[in-house]
Design a binder for this molecule. Structure first.
Ligand code: 9WN
Length: 419
């Protein structure tokens, strides 16, 4: 297909997944609005329709809780093709939502959209910027209560990288018994070999049951959490989002709000900096229950490039390590490197290449003056999308498209990265 035809096809995916101002990740498998998916989708829309881009974020913010949290799923309309649905979460928001969050990409999206929006849209941008700031304050208060400079996740779903090998040890300590019957729907849409295992799902639901019993109150959840990880992927995204949001506030002429975001970004930059491990040439998350570093190699270890300006020795070490991971791969950065025993080329976050991860990594490389390395990551990804379609993720060894088809954030990645 010609690039112009691919652009049209990408827009067609977004419009097919549009449910009235919000976009589902893909038909069937994910029939609601997901938090970080929508932020990427908003950037995709912004390449041709700033109004629709803002609408995406406005609909996401309809799910924001009074304490500032933006949930990971907003259940705008009923659908029975996904488990766990709103009745399992049992939260009490005006619109049914889940009770946990997801990587806060919204601040990044807002800056991207604002740069492409006409002046008449400034009031809408300002409202969204304050909503994003409230969610940042929630992350800081609820998930970094001790002020270590990294925010913690209480559920693998909060990282967006559900079955990453990074959680294996911590998740193994989570019991498999559940009060909610586990009725998986995902494996009815996608080959089970490309999804998390039943055992993982029982633990995901055990955690959900635990937090529902804690009344979805941040302090009670924190105390009850058998899974608590100070996590570098979410922290890096939050740090970058705070930097981007401070620019948005500067543009809006709100210096106080901008300064608050800069202070948050500085706090997180210190935490990320302390998570660097020279022996591994990457950053590591910390298991707060076990009091240990999480050494398993996953893409998260490179995400801090998004928010930090690395010195030359670190930059070189990261580049060399990323090259080592990609040996034998035909595209992108595998989410787990093939040399590691946990690598599985097709199983979700245990190896496959995800367009949005490479998007963030390329952005981090560019920020660190490595435009060529960024291009080397993106060009084969775009070629794979052109060949396979807008699939959910890709086999790093063959380039085969996997998971859900006609996926919104892959279409958004095409629209943004092919420009
Ligand atoms: C749970 C929607 C979401 C993504 C996540 C991805 C997957 C959900 C699931 O799908 O997670 O949130 O049910 O598997 O891991 O990154 O946001 O695309």
């Amino acid at each position: 297909m010609h690039p112009a035809e691919l652009d049209a096809a990408a827009r067609a995916v977004l419009s097919a997944n549009d449910r009235g101002g919000y976009t589902v990740p893909t038909e069937g498998l994910y029939p609601f609005q997901w938090n970080w998916d929508s932020a990427f989708v908003a950037m995709g829309f912004a390449t041709f329709d700033a109004d629709r881009a803002l609408r995406e974020l406005e609909r996401l913010v309809e799910g924001q809780w009074d304490d500032g949290m933006i949930p990971h799923i907003v259940f705008h309309a009923p659908a029975d093709s996904y488990f766990p649905g709103p009745e399992v979460w049992g939260t009490r928001h005006r619109i049914p939502t889940s009770g946990i969050s997801q990587p806060p990409v919204m601040g990044m999206a807002l800056r991207f959209v604002a740069a492409r929006a006409p002046a008449a849209m400034r009031p809408r941008i300002a409202t969204l910027a304050h909503a994003a700031a409230r969610s940042h304050a929630w992350w800081r208060a609820a998930r970094d209560p001790e002020g270590i400079g990294l925010v913690a996740v209480l559920h693998p779903w909060e990282t967006g990288s559900d079955n990453s090998p990074a959680w294996d040890a911590a998740l193994a300590r989570v019991p498999q018994d559940t009060t909610t019957p586990v009725r998986r729907r995902d494996t009815g849409h996608v080959d089970a070999a490309m999804r998390p295992r039943d055992e993982d799902y029982r633990r995901y639901i055990h955690l959900l049951d635990t937090y529902r019993a804690a009344g979805w109150q941040p302090a009670a959840m924190w105390r009850a959490a058998p899974f608590r990880i100070a996590e570098v992927q979410v922290s890096a995204i939050l740090c970058r989002a705070a930097q981007d949001l401070s620019s948005v506030f500067d543009e809006l002429g709100e210096p106080g709000a901008a300064a608050a975001q800069r202070a948050l970004a500085t706090h997180l930059a210190h935490g990320l900096d302390a998570a660097w491990r020279p022996a591994l040439s990457r950053f590591v998350s910390r298991d707060l229950v076990a009091g240990e570093d999480i050494a398993a190699p996953t893409q998260a270890g490179f995400l801090p490039l998004l928010a930090l300006d690395l010195d030359a020795p670190r930059r070189k070490a990261v580049l060399a390590e990323m090259r080592r991971w990609s040996a034998g791969c035909v595209l992108g950065l595998p989410t787990t490197p093939p040399y590691h025993p946990a690598f599985d080329a097709k199983r979700y976050w245990r190896g496959p290449v995800w367009a949005v991860v490479d998007w963030l990594l390329a952005e981090g490389l560019r920020r660190n003056g490595e435009a060529e390395a960024a291009q080397a990551l993106i060009a084969p990804l775009l070629a794979a999308i052109a060949r396979a379609g807008f699939d959910e993720y890709f086999d790093p060894l063959t380039g085969e498209g996997l998971g859900g088809r006609r996926f919104s954030w892959t279409a958004a990645a095409w629209l943004v990265l092919s420009r």
